[in-house]
Design a protein around this ligand. Structure first.
Ligand code: HEM
Length: 416
């Protein structure tokens, strides 16, 4: 069985990060199970295999080592002490306990109350954007919208969002194998700052209870001791990180998809009632989380390859969603496509808790953009877009667009 290394694949290669889908297609056909030394796990890329793993939480544990790509010879600070449980990294019954504490806050009924606020923030952000010059969708809308909304929900001052972005990038971007000691030191310093900020927010609520998300978690800790101090810190950290970079990238990837398929943008403008469906199609076509991992508790087998208890599997959600065995013409964006089973939010007990919020933010962002800029085009060649150095939470760092006929920019001006 070949390894990814044998196939010459480096997950830090900017060309793979920018265009992973041809690579996934090759794996699905030629090596549907393949070992990745960089991820230290078996990669699965076909829809049925990915779903099989996600739906068997008895055999496939979420209590896995964090994926530490890149330099492993240095100490990487974590926000919560290593080993602290979060719902994302727990199995039943801990998973049920930790998820239940927050599930009530994330029901569609609760989240829909945020709609006016999400619309208002979207419009406010777009009001500052120039109508006749190229602008960066990432910086103007896709980055600030989710950060501001999650900060408000958690009960943190919205003007902290620029600072959050720095912390969140430090916590979510892998440390490259060629990172210098100074870069690792800077990354660690940001994580320590982030930790003391969160601890301070939590301490304030121990003294003066509040009714925001953090306040309710603190109350669950203080009144019923349903989670430990470290679990409390880890839960707040999880919400901030999970609710941030993922939605940013979904919004950017959706805008990029619409510039690739202008007929679909036109269809959406003419029939805005397609938008709910379109958001799911954006998730299927180019969802922002590429993969998740599980650790085997009992042996399994794929295509004659035994995978043993204790080993890890990497299930590539983004590849499953483009598997022609599951979706007709999977590389086409079709906003009218009936999709009921994409895996962009995972599946089963760990299915994304924030999916209604993410959908609502993306709905608001794309609706407003199409309204204000009916003929949105990329302002650079797609090949010149620069992606964040993150193979998993994947999206462009900058996304310069222009309303219709305005001139195209020279690539160097926006590559940043
Ligand atoms: C486009 C945006 C998003 C995408 C693509 C996404 C994707 C995912 C995926 C794939 C998982 C499952 C991981 C696994 O099974 O290992 C997950 C879980 C989770 N997501 Fe999201 N997410 C998004 C937005 C959000 C938002 C906005 C929030 C919260 C504010 C959020 C909170 C969570 C949490 C708490 C979990 C853990 C659930 C559990 O383990 O029970 N996510 N998400």
């Amino acid at each position: 069985m070949p390894t990814l290394q044998d196939l010459g694949v480096d997950l830090f290669d900017p060309a793979i990060i920018a265009r992973p889908h041809p690579f996934y297609a090759r794996l699905r056909e030629e090596a549907p199970i393949v070992y990745s030394e960089q991820l230290r796990g078996w990669m699965l890329t076909r829809y049925d295999d990915v779903r099989h793993v996600l739906r068997d939480s008895e055999r496939y544990s979420s209590m896995r080592d964090p994926v530490l790509l890149g330099r492993r010879d240095v100490m990487l600070e974590q926000v919560a002490p290593p080993g602290t449980l979060t719902m994302l990294g727990a199995d039943r019954p801990d998973h049920t306990r930790l998820r239940k504490l927050l599930a009530m806050d994330f029901t569609p009924k609760r989240i829909v109350r945020m709609q006016p606020r999400i619309d208002a923030v979207t419009r406010e952000l777009l009001a500052d954007v120039s109508r006749d010059k190229p602008f960066d969708v990432a910086e103007s809308l896709a980055v600030p919208l989710p950060v501001r909304i999650i900060a408000e929900l958690l009960g943190i001052a919205p003007d902290m969002y620029r600072q959050f972005k720095l912390w969140s990038d430090a916590a979510t971007e892998p440390v490259r194998p060629d990172a210098t000691d100074a870069q690792v030191g800077e990354r660690n310093a940001r994580i320590v700052e982030f930790r003391s900020f969160l601890k301070n927010e939590i301490d304030q609520r121990h003294r003066a209870p509040t009714n925001d998300f953090i306040g309710r978690l603190v109350a669950a800790h203080d009144d019923e001791e349903r989670l430990t101090d470290d679990e409390l810190l880890a839960a707040v950290n999880l919400l901030l990180l999970a609710g941030n970079e993922t939605t940013t990238n979904l919004i950017s990837n959706a805008v990029l998809a619409l510039t690739r398929f202008p007929d679909q943008a036109r269809r959406l403008r003419e029939d805005p009632s397609l938008m709910d469906n379109a958001v799911d199609e954006f998730l299927r076509y180019d969802g922002s989380v590429q993969f998740t991992t599980r650790r085997l508790l009992a042996d399994d087998e794929f295509y004659g390859q035994r995978v043993s208890a204790g080993e890890s599997v990497v299930v590539v959600l983004a590849s499953a969603n483009r598997d022609p065995r599951a979706f007709e013409s999977p590389d086409e964006l079709d906003v009218g496509r009936r999709i009921s089973r994409h895996l962009a939010f995972g599946d089963w007990i760990h299915v994304c808790l924030g999916q209604f919020l993410a959908r609502m933010e993306t709905h608001a962002a794309i609706t407003a953009l199409l309204e204000v800029f009916p003929n949105l085009e990329l302002a650079v060649d797609e090949d010149d877009l620069v992606y964040r150095a993150n193979f998993n939470l994947r999206g462009p760092k900058h996304l310069p667009v222009v309303a219709g006929e305005a001139r195209r920019l020279e690539p160097g001006l926006v590559a940043g």
